[in-house]
Design a protein around this ligand. Sequence first.
Ligand code: GDP
Ligand code: IMO
Ligand code: MG
Length: 423
Amino acid sequence: MKVDVLLGLQWGDEGKGKVVDVLSPGYDIIARFQGGPNAGHTLEFEGQKYVLRSIPSGIFQDGKLNVIGNGVVLDPALFKEEVDALEASGHDLTDRLLISKKAHLILPTHRLLDAAYERKKGNGKIGTTGKGIGPAYTDKISRNGLRVGDIFHSFSEKYNAAIARHRGLLQQMDYEYDLESLEQQWFAGLDCIKRFRVIDSDYFINKSLDEGKSILAEGAQGTMLDIDFGSYPFVTSSNTVCAGACTGLGIPPVKIGNVYGIFKAYCTRVGSGPFPTELMDETGEQIRNNGFEYGSVTGRPRRCGWIDLVALRYAIMINGVTRLIMMKSDVMDDFDVIKACTAYKIHGVETTEFPFETEANPEPVYVELPGWKSDMTKIHDKREFPKEFSDYAAFLEKMLKVKIGIVSVGPDRAQTILLDSLR
Ligand code: GDP
Ligand code: IMO
Ligand code: MG
């Protein structure tokens, strides 16, 4: 068997959680491979809404195993919050959630360092989610990190050494803090982690493949936030692209199967950084209102703009996307005209490639398509699509050279239209 990978093609929040939940009945195992609680994956079904941060979005399906892979950075305190909230709403996770020994821990001081570095950057700040992601991955790469498996072996020694080092860094930045209450929650979180099976996830994943089990790898963030390929330095600190599923789960590249690339019918971004098709006018406001574009964890208003086919083509190339999944089509329901950016003009020269320089300030070149001006939220079958929508989807497929397999027309699980068999 091979591992299918589902990932975001834009700047995150494309709707990955919803689609993983929809697809997970077709898989035995759902595995997160990177990121941490900077993610907020929203699922809606049976009138309930859930936001997952570190727990894979297959958790609500009976009989499925969910794995937090080695590439994830896990904050015990936030993990416990997530577990408590799910259990309070009647979901028992004990037998369906497995955690990699090799996943790195976000220490309470990582969060403080995240805030201190952002403050130091001033106007140049990244606009991080404040969850300690950058500092935790920094410690991983500089070989100073603590892993989930360390909890069981002379942990306090390693923990104290790391905290002492972080205290020194915070002091250098004159950052004032109160660690005590953070630590209390953090250690309660460690006890919560111990309730779950902590495993050698690399062996588990590969043995499961050998036994014929099917696996869906769930990405977090999006390709344009990738540490290597995103709009650096305004990115997250992990590889959000398909290759991240190999390193974040221990899967050989030859065992990657389908790659599902998710995108919205328009574009959003939270935090700082380039966004060529951003709309600062009432059209942007209309998209934000229609799509309720506010961070699922932070509540921050998301920046909104037209769909960017230059960035999408780039993301499709890096990930080897085999099928596209188009989200939030319904958000465009009341637009007379829909614009799609097909190229950029940089210093008067047209290009279809995403530029290296983030200051290049590309001017988008747009194609205009007629809107469908009808309610798509109650459609259940592609034969009911308005003609203008079908034309828009066909235009995107032609420009992106990959077929669309799913169209989403609302936040609920049921508002999902399968166009063809994905596998
Ligand atoms: P993720 O991080 O990629 O999982 O996406 P988020 O959950 O952060 O953001 C997607 C938001 O859009 C959530 O509030 C979803 O409930 C919502 N959503 C998902 N698909 C659709 C859709 O097709 N239409 C609308 N209107 N909302 C959607
Ligand atoms: P999901 O999985 C949207 C953004 C932050 C910031 C940058 C770096 O829900 O799509 P970090 O805290 O990772 O150091 O922040 O990345 N960011 C996201 N934006 N969706 C996400 O996750 C994000 N995770 C991080 O806003 O610009
Ligand atoms: Mg999100």
